[in-house]
Write a new protein. Structure first.
Length: 166
């Protein structure tokens, strides 16, 4: 689907390199690309969203992505593993639109909540999720006012977990 030069589509297995490159470029120095692998795109592509701007040069069109899936162990839940918006497209409502589309997919499959995890250092992400209506899930301990889940993304990668009731 296209809107104002933006093309929305589900992900394919061969989209992983572009998303990995975007993560490195959009969050330089954070070394967080290890959380994305081609199997996520291959096995969960129908619930993953990519947004490309067809006005940009070939190979540089990706402007937003959301890697979402339906939980296997929690039959009422969807899970957003990773989402991002190219820095110059932030503040345009694109992130909210991706989350709303994922929520629609989740609801259509009979699920009423969406979980996310985000890094404790990512204050912008935490604020975005709070504005969307997500609330914190209790963690291992409270650090700087946040309910932290230690080592969620590997040793030393602490996260907060949040849930959005649809």
């Amino acid at each position: 689907m296209s809107s104002g030069g933006l093309v929305w589509r589900s992900a394919e297995g061969d989209d992983a390199p572009a998303v990995s490159a975007a993560i490195d470029a959009w969050w330089p120095g954070r070394h967080i690309v290890h959380m994305v692998c081609p199997q996520l795109f291959e096995h969960f592509g129908d619930t993953c969203l990519l947004v490309e701007d067809e006005r940009r040069a070939e190979g540089d069109r990706l402007v937003a992505f959301l890697l979402g899936m339906l939980s296997q162990r929690m039959p009422a839940a969807g899970y957003i593993h990773y989402a991002g918006v190219r820095p110059e497209y932030r503040g345009t409502g694109l992130g909210r639109q991706m989350y709303e589309r994922f929520a629609e997919m989740t609801r259509a499959r009979g699920r009423g909540e969406v979980f996310i995890e985000t890094s404790t250092w990512n204050k912008e992400s935490i604020a975005f999720h709070e504005r969307m209506g997500f609330v914190f899930v209790p963690g291992d301990e409270v650090v700087d006012g946040l309910p932290v889940h230690h080592d969620t993304g590997g040793k030393g990668f602490d996260y907060v977990e949040m849930v959005w009731t649809l």
